[in-house]
Design a protein around this ligand. Structure first.
Ligand SMILES: COc1cc(/C=C/C(=O)SCCNC(=O)CCNC(=O)[C@H](O)C(C)(C)COP(=O)(O)OP(=O)(O)OC[C@H]2O[C@@H](n3cnc4c(N)ncnc43)[C@H](O)[C@@H]2OP(=O)(O)O)ccc1O
Length: 264
């Protein structure tokens, strides 16, 4: 089993840089992008070294699917102690994604199953096309989610729906995923990656401190008691507005040198 000292298999990710956007393609299409140790550790390596010039990341699947989840062939010989180490390794890697310096957008198509769904949960924005379908077949395999899904997914869709997914193993459609709050965007056919790239360019152009506040402070503020949350909000707002980048952007608006807010 992969451990902290191992390097990931870089060939299992296809990395491309377009301007300030890094695209990370899960590159194991023959296995429907099943997540083995090599790919998980490659994600760790990738998200540990996001280059300075990158302002957003798009993660997607090469081939017809996002990911079929945990590579089940790695599970057959694992004992309980190894299982705990493995699950905690996934937690650390997916935390790196959730607490990434820059926004991470998941472009979803085809199977988004089990650990693949858990990976998508660690992203900040999920964009799905109609072919995307979501399932947690862990119950059918006699296991439980191990990649942070029981923490992240109920915060998106609620405990009752997650319990339904886990108990029934039912496949949820892309439409249901959007209706239940999992995906923020539902596109036309083949539209997930283009839409994710468009959104990535947009968020990469934000002031870095705004993105920092949204990624790092907002989740904590939302979970804090109201008094603590309001104080944290005031502190974050004060830091952001004091930054020279905010002054520059506000001045540009007042001088009519930047776009107005208009419906797109
Ligand atoms: C417990 O501690 C954990 C757990 C976890 C996370 C757990 C999970 O993710 S559970 C969910 C596991 N995933 C599945 O059960 C899905 C299985 N796959 C499928 O149902 C289908 O393959 C498909 C995704 C619907 C695609 O179907 P199709 O296009 O017809 O392709 P196939 O012919 O079925 O597959 C092609 C090829 O890929 C292999 N493969 C597909 N999925 C997996 C997989 N998940 N693991 C291993 N291999 C897979 C399939 O066997 C075929 O191989 P061939 O050699 O026969 O070509 C997390 C962390 C913990 O600690």
């Amino acid at each position: 089993m992969g451990n902290a000292a191992d390097a990931g298999d870089a060939s299992l990710l296809r990395l491309e840089t377009r301007g300030a956007v890094l695209t990370v393609g899960l590159n194991r299409p023959a296995k429907r992008n099943a997540l083995n140790d090599g790919i998980i550790l490659a994600l760790r390596d990738c998200f540990s070294a996001i280059p300075e010039e990158i302002g957003a990341v798009v993660i997607h699947g090469i081939g017809d699917h996002f990911s079929s989840g945990l590579d089940l062939s790695e599970l057959t010989e694992r004992d309980a102690t190894e299982g705990l180490v493995h699950s905690q390794m996934w937690h650390r890697v997916f935390d790196r994604i959730q607490y990434c310096r820059v926004p991470v957008i998941a472009a979803l198509k085809g199977a988004v199953i089990g650990g693949g769904l858990e990976l998508a949960c660690a992203a900040h924005i999920r964009v799905a096309e109609p072919s995307a379908y979501f399932a947690l077949p862990e119950g059918q395999r006699g296991i439980f989610v191990g990649g942070g899904g029981s923490v992240r997914l109920p915060r998106l869709i609620g405990v009752p729906r997650m319990a339904d997914m886990m108990l029934t193993g039912r496949v949820y459609s892309a439409t249901e995923g959007a209706a239940y709050g999992f995906s923020q965007y539902l596109t036309e056919a083949d539209g997930a990656l283009p839409k994710a790239l468009e959104l990535a360019e947009r968020v990469a152009a934000n002031a870095p401190l705004t993105n920092f506040a949204v990624l790092q402070a907002l989740p904590m503020i939302a979970e804090a008691n109201p008094q603590t949350g309001l104080l944290m909000e005031s502190l974050m707002a004060t830091v952001a507005q004091s930054d020279k980048e905010a002054k520059k952007r506000i001045r540009a608006f007042l001088d009519r040198k930047t776009a107005k807010v208009k419906p797109t």
